[in-house]
Design a protein around this ligand. Structure first.
Ligand code: SF4
Length: 363
């Protein structure tokens, strides 16, 4: 096994932290509206979607009102790849993507003939920010002997530079497939997910050094205390969480796998280590069960996110309405780049079909 050389990675991580902070400082959160105003926007968006033949796809981490709006208007709520696939298969002219920017890009790559709009183009992701194409391409060029496997939470340019794009639930299968072919791996960008795959498969993986600011905040010490408080609870954790948290988890999985586990397991309570936006769907799918957010506090807590992704929080119904009305915040992906990014994306979809796997993404 190998990893990025620490002497090289520490300065890079420090620089990335400053860049992420800069993005967060600039993040303009939507204005708070009262319930009457929210209802007014909700019905206006629905009317406008019919007029413009638009469909809303929303991520599990977005506001519950947006998730409900997507479902009651023949749209879709899911993880990033399911959102993109739904977008490709539906017959809308306009796709409204409530999520973060790489999700809009994936939707556009899979549906180049559709117009893709987002409530805001400022909603990004610390994994995307932490893996800029220039540095990433240089890193790949230094290791030409390795198969380049990237997570879905990356820019179109990074996807275009890769051999494979994977989601969290298919990553282990793809890496095992590459191991069978005798390949060594270069993995980017999430180091925690990369380490989890490395540990699970024993593959020779060179890790990029980036993390999700939401999942990185979960703390093992606090989780230990919480388990003592809720002895009947099972711990459900997303693999972007730190290794010490994953070691205490009963189920490690993508957002969709976490929801499935909550339905399936007999426990009356669950401690959940992922973004709190998922609680809306968890409560819908398992109404008799209790969900508790995993602790984010601790001695080294920074609480930049506290189980709420600030970029997911930038999506709102009135921003959605404004974008649809004016045709603003359109996602554009250069056609050549999109065609290049489609190759590793399609490779994953073909692999999943031939292995009869369900490709379930995350974010
Ligand atoms: S929750 Fe983490 S991985 Fe998902 S969009 Fe936010 S920063 Fe990115």
């Amino acid at each position: 096994m190998s990893q990025v050389d620490t002497a090289d990675s520490e300065p890079r991580l420090a620089a990335d932290t400053a860049i992420v902070k800069q993005y967060l400082d600039q993040a303009a959160m939507p204005e708070q509206l009262d319930s009457a105003e929210l209802e007014r926007y909700r019905s206006q968006v629905k009317k406008l979607m019919v007029e413009k033949n638009a469909r809303l796809v929303a991520h599990y981490y977005t506001d519950s009102l947006l998730q409900d709006l997507a479902e009651e208007s023949d749209g879709f709520v899911g993880d990033s790849l399911e959102m993109a696939r739904f977008g490709r298969e539906c017959d809308a002219d306009i796709l409204l993507v409530a999520g973060v920017r790489f999700m809009g890009e994936s939707a556009k790559i899979l549906s180049p003939d559709k117009t893709v709009l987002m409530p805001t183009l400022d909603a990004t992701c610390s994994l995307d920010i932490g893996c800029p194409i220039e540095r990433f391409a240089a890193f790949c060029n230094q290791h030409p002997e390795r198969a380049v496997v990237v997570y879905a939470n990356t820019s179109a340019a990074v996807k275009a530079r890769s051999d494979w794009v994977v989601t969290s639930s298919i990553a282990v299968d793809v890496i095992e497939h590459l191991m069978d072919q005798g390949q060594k791996i270069l993995w980017a960008p999430d180091k925690h997910l990369g380490r989890y795959i490395q540990k699970t498969t024993g593959a020779d993986i060179l890790l990029w050094d980036a993390a999700c600011i939401v999942h990185e905040e979960f703390k093992a010490r606090g989780l230990q205390d919480m388990r003592a408080l809720y002895p009947q609870a099972a711990v459900l954790a997303h693999p972007e969480s730190p290794a010490a948290v994953l070691e205490m988890a009963d189920v490690i999985g993508s957002t969709t796998q976490i929801i499935a586990a909550a339905r399936r397991l007999p426990n009356p309570e669950f401690i959940v280590a992922t973004d709190q936006g998922i609680f809306h769907k968890l409560q819908q799918e398992a109404p008799d069960k209790r969900f508790i957010i995993a602790p984010t506090a601790g001695n080294d807590a920074t609480c930049r996110s506290c189980a709420n992704c600030p970029w997911m929080g930038m999506n709102s119904v009135h921003r959605l309405y404004d974008s649809l009305l004016a045709g603003d915040n359109e996602i554009e992906v250069d056609a050549v780049l999109a065609a290049q990014a489609m190759i590793p994306l399609q490779r994953m979809l073909d692999f999943a079909s031939s292995n009869r796997l369900k490709v379930r993404g995350r974010a």
